[in-house]
Design a protein around this ligand. Structure first.
Ligand SMILES: [Zn+2]
Length: 504
């Protein structure tokens, strides 16, 4: 199969070209880009008339949790530690059927594809523990809809109350006992699950991979984290984790380890190039230096971080230190959408209110870089995707320049970051195949999948309301933890976390 796009404006995001558009034809043969330039009216199985179109690399969502898709639009105005009581409940969590897992994943995949994302890192937590059938369902959904995806089995192998500072001091003993009765994942079993997943899914369909994702350094034992890193090294796959999303987590490092969580990771030998750190908000200057020296990736989840009041990651300073920066929607409950154009828009704006120092603001080109090549690198896919270059996998989107977001046309990079919503995407090409065209996913029946999902939801939410009631019991104590941690000096200040908190 071959595809020829003729006479388009092209933003390649290749390192020497950046976001400066060129006029070019693009030839795709099988799964790869074979030529970009003046190709003329060559022969191809499919020809896309690129006049009035912009072609760019497909967007990379470098941190997403598809399991939260069922809670889209459900919660508001809760910090992470309170919101988790409902989205990742301690008590009474439901175990989902593989079919519901499939539908939930397809929902995210279809929205992503139609709005210009061609590559996603999906960090998947199932309660109480991901089964092989549930993981198969996630892979099947991505294979069917047509995304490039890197999928995890997210793991927590410490009892939940041992992962939050002051929880043991504050939560009443009867509630602690109920929480402890839930147990935690068994590290050896999880590692065996990962080995099995790598054997069965890694490299599937030329576009699907498995990665290891120990939840966070305070939620996993050091033995498990180190074994996970060994596995990641052996299979050349990402080591994906969460660090310093909230001020509570900054206090966690002090309380649990007497050092920052980044320094703790460094001491365990876990800061490496294949390490991707979601969030990275409450980092100190010394943390940033360690991360830059190691060449880790971080994912800037700018919408989720605002929704949970978590803070703003010092992205420009990390870029300068040599950290690779990617963008992510984070879970669909804390972003309420997987649309990466929304994430880019927010990433382009938020730093301007964080500091009057314009050198620390992000340019539209930098935002695009993070949303494409930066994301690909964080998924250990930088040599394969994230830019349009001959020899790379053909992952790209076509946008209609005659649409309102591009009329009138001034600076194309600015339009992509500040004007476009994803609605102007006419084609999404992944691995050399047109997977979506004119707002329709071509390989699945969206209406049927959505109808099937809707039919499952009344039973799911009836049970979930009971789960919410059970976990609401923890709220007063978790509110107290949130307040206590915000009274603590953690050595860094972030927007919205001024010392006058609570005295408005
Ligand atoms: Zn996350």
């Amino acid at each position: 199969m071959s595809i020829l796009i003729t006479g388009a404006r092209v933003i390649t995001m290749a390192p020497e070209q950046g976001a400066r558009p060129i006029s070019a034809d693009i030839l795709i043969e099988a799964d790869r880009i074979t030529a970009i330039g003046d190709i003329g009216a060559g022969r191809a199985d499919t020809v896309i008339d690129g006049r009035g179109k912009l072609v760019m690399p497909g967007l990379v969502n470098a941190h997403m949790h598809s399991p939260e898709a069922l809670y889209k639009g459900r919660y508001d105005n809760m910090p992470l530690e309170l919101w988790m009581l409902y989205a990742y409940p301690i008590l009474g969590a439901q175990t989902l059927s593989p079919r519901l897992v499939y539908l939930r994943t397809a929902l995210c995949a279809m929205e992503s594809l139609k709005t210009g994302t061609t590559c996603v890192t999906d960090d998947v937590y199932e309660s109480p523990c991901q089964t092989p059938d549930q993981l198969d369902a996630v892979f099947q959904a991505y294979e069917d809809v047509g995304l490039r995806a890197t999928v995890s089995g997210h793991v927590v192998d410490r009892p939940f109350l041992d992962t939050i500072p002051f929880a043991r001091d504050l939560v009443p003993p009867d509630l602690c006992a109920q929480a402890d009765a839930q147990g935690a994942a068994d590290g050896a079993q999880w590692l065996s699950h990962c080995r099995d997943a790598l054997a069965r899914h890694h490299g599937r369909a030329g576009r699907l991979n498995f990665m290891v994702a120990p939840s966070a350094p305070q939620r996993c034992t050091p033995d498990l984290m180190q074994a996970a890193m060994e596995l990641a090294q052996a299979h050349d796959t990402p080591f994906h984790t969460h660090i310093l999303e909230t001020r509570v987590q900054a206090v966690t490092g002090q309380e649990f380890y007497g050092e920052t969580l980044i320094a703790y990771m460094k001491r365990l030998g876990l800061l490496r190039q294949r390490t991707t750190i979601a969030h990275s908000i409450w980092v100190t200057d010394a943390d940033i230096d360690l991360m830059g020296e190691a060449g880790v990736s971080i994912v800037h989840n700018v919408i989720s971080n605002q929704k949970l009041g978590a803070g703003v990651a010092p992205v420009k300073r990390m870029l300068r230190a040599g950290v690779n920066v990617a963008l992510g929607s984070d879970g669909v409950s804390t972003s309420d959408t997987t649309r990466m154009f929304a994430v880019m828009h927010a990433a382009g704006l938020i730093h301007n209110v964080q500091t009057p120092d314009t050198d620390l603001w992000l340019s539209a080109e930098e935002v695009l870089q993070c949303a494409t090549l930066g994301g690909a690198r964080s998924a250990c896919l930088g040599a394969q995707t994230g830019s349009l270059e001959p020899g790379k996998k053909a992952d790209m989107i076509v946008l209609d320049l005659d649409a309102i977001p591009f009329t009138p046309m001034n600076d194309p990079a600015n339009h992509l970051v500040y004007c476009e919503t994803g609605s102007s995407v006419t084609h999404a090409i992944v691995n050399g195949e047109i997977m979506a065209e004119a707002g329709t996913c071509l390989r699945v029946n969206e209406a049927e999948l959505l109808a099937e999902l809707r039919a499952e939801l009344p039973a799911f939410f009836a049970a979930h309301e009971k789960t919410e009631a059970l976990n609401r019991q923890f709220e007063p104590w978790f509110r107290e933890i949130h307040k206590r941690c915000h009274a603590r000096d953690v050595g860094v200040m972030r927007l919205g976390h001024e010392p006058a908190w609570g005295r408005a």
